[in-house]
Design a protein around this ligand. Structure first.
Ligand code: 6YU
Length: 502
């Protein structure tokens, strides 16, 4: 029996990265592969739910950049999971740099609906500053530590210069719109505040061409299709791993022992750890014996992992324009460009930037998805569903000036309190560099060690050098670590395998 076939490989976590790694290994002929999953399901942060009869995504929503280079798009197309519009060459070619050109409606806290064009100067200035923020990555020598600091200081100067002829009310509203855009960016980045997102590493994130698309039948269809191609019994569910004992030097024993919460001890030659960065930050000291090397631990700490939650709200009839795709809520007392709410318990709802509209209406009815990031979002998770409904209802009534609007039902996500995720996704924190992502993906023992090689490998979205925080990034890391083992054991070229799988 070839050594590769007999190697014992355990994957911790059955999210997209764990499933992708298993797929690749089994296809390459490895026979002793198993996944240990803490929960009762596969998919992790890909999680489709129901709001009444409607399919809604509790976790990942879009295929970011659906084009030929995006493996999630290619798989979804192969499995027939996408609408025809998402498959068109025009859709794949559209390059929007991660910010889709949605049709907006703007409302203010005094109940006015604004003319969207009036906000264009603010929108353009903010877009310019985001592009500039991402340029420090290749240049170095950034003027501030965080994206938030940079945007605020530049905005002060540019607004004073470019909007000096603009009347005070319009200028103030534009600054309120900038505050709102900072809250949007907190959701995009999964950060509490843009003051926590590192300016020097902001440009590490790369976008792919293609207009973001959704799965009409739910994102989990991707996981179901992948799972259907894997042997039954591959995943042991409800099996949280407590500790990975590596560098086991006892003779006749495997180098890695995986200790489960339930007490079971599983021997392995290799383990691929795919737990989320949020879980790793909280539990690294219990999870690894011996502990993680310091450089790796520091990167775990430096990289950010915040919370972004959704609040789905269903209505009997729409109160927004028929062509509207996103609703922005501007607080008129927020022209200071700060994206943190001072009194979280009383005013957490102010962090919600607004809603995206679930389309097409024929499929979803009148459903909005509210977005809220940061500590305000984490607090929102702790209050009752009734209190969330009350806050959302009051908010909408105030901003529309219509005291009769009443949601039919709501559903919110609670990613921070999910014990196996502890937040939503990763971002580069202040002081981060590409080295931190490289440290994240570095296997143990580190290079130069005489010990058994590739005992602990690391996959998952937070280990991708430029597609972190995405499903395609996570999937690619699963393939990457599988390929690492495949090339360790055999001469089969990983790229050959890759081509044959798509
Ligand atoms: C995307 C999108 N999207 C919204 C929200 C969330 C995320 N993402 P997993 O966690 O899946 O799997 C790990 C498993 O491990 C899990 O099953 C655990 O139960 C298990 N586990 C943990 N501990 C264990 C233990 N001890 N023992 C055993 N098992 C254990 N991505 O492409 N499009 O629209 C969104 C969004 C609310 C929460 C998203 C989106 C992120 C993805 O969901 C996520 O990356 C992958 O699913 C992770 O897979 P995994 O396998 O790594 O972990 C410009 C610019 C700026 C930069 N950022 C822009 C990017 C924008 C990101 N956008 C996201 C937006 C939304 C809305």
């Amino acid at each position: 029996m070839a050594k590769s076939v007999s190697a014992n490989i355990v994957i911790i976590g059955s999210g997209i990265s764990g499933v992708a790694a298993a797929h690749r290994l089994l296809n390459a002929g490895f026979q002793h592969v198993r996944i240990l999953e803490a929960t009762a399901r596969s998919g992790g942060r890909i999680k489709t739910g129901k709001l009444g009869d409607n399919i809604v995504e509790i976790g990942a929503n879009w295929i970011h950049g659906p084009c030929e280079e995006n493996p999630v798009f290619c798989l979804a197309r192969k499995y027939g999971l996408l609408d025809p519009e998402s498959l068109t060459p025009e859709n794949q070619a559209m390059d929007v740099g991660g910010h889709p050109p949605w049709v907006p409606n703007y409302y203010t806290s005094s109940g006015q609906k604004l003319n969207a064009e009036d906000m264009n100067p603010a929108k353009e200035m903010f877009a310019e500053l985001l592009i500039e923020s991402s340029e420090f990555q290749s240049q170095g020598g950034e003027p501030c530590a965080s994206v938030g600091d940079f945007i605020r200081s530049e905005m002060h100067q540019r607004a004073a210069e470019k909007w000096k002829e603009t009347d005070a009310t319009t200028r103030s509203l534009r600054l309120c719109a900038i505050t709102n855009m900072l809250k949007v960016e907190c959701c995009v980045n999964g950060s509490h505040s843009m003051d926590e997102v590192g300016l020097g590493a902001f440009g590490l994130y790369e976008t792919l061409p293609g207009l973001d698309c959704t799965f009409p039948g739910g994102y989990e269809g991707l996981i179901k299709n992948l799972m259907s191609e894997l042997p039954t019994g591959l995943v042991t569910y409800n099996q949280p791993v407590h500790c990975v004992h590596w560098n086991n030097t006892e003779k006749k024993q495997n180098p890695v022992i995986i200790e489960c919460d339930a007490g079971e001890r599983i021997a392995a030659d290799h383990v691929i750890v795919t737990v989320p960065l949020g879980y790793l930050k909280k539990h690294h000291s219990a999870l690894f014996r011996p502990p993680l090397p310091l450089h790796k631990l520091h990167s775990v700490q430096r990289l950010g992992f915040g919370t972004n939650n959704k609040i789905f709200v269903e209505f009997d009839s729409p109160w927004w324009d028929a062509d509207c795709e996103v609703i922005y809520l501007l607080w008129e007392d927020e022209d200071v460009m700060l994206d943190e709410v001072p009194d979280v318990q009383r005013s957490w709802i102010k962090k919600l930037f607004g809603f995206t509209v679930l389309k097409p209406t024929e499929r979803y009815g009148h459903v909005l998805c509210g977005w809220i990031a940061g500590h305000e979002s984490e607090y929102m998770e702790t209050v009752s569903e009734q209190e969330v409904t009350q806050n959302v209802t009051q908010l909408i009534r105030r901003f529309t000036g219509n005291p009769t609007i009443t949601p039919r039902r709501i559903l919110r996500s609670q990613w921070f309190h999910d014990p196996w995720t502890c937040g939503s996704y990763s971002y580069p924190g202040k002081g981060c560099s590409v080295q931190d992502l490289e440290n994240m993906m570095e296997p143990l023992p580190t290079k130069g060690s005489q010990a058994h090689p590739l005992q602990v490998l690391f996959a998952g979205e937070a280990t991708h050098p430029c597609y972190y925080s995405t499903v395609h990034g996570a999937l690619l890391t699963g393939w990457r670590e599988a390929d690492r083992l495949i090339s360790h054991y055999s001469s089969i070229s990983p790229s050959e395998l890759h081509k044959s799988k798509l």
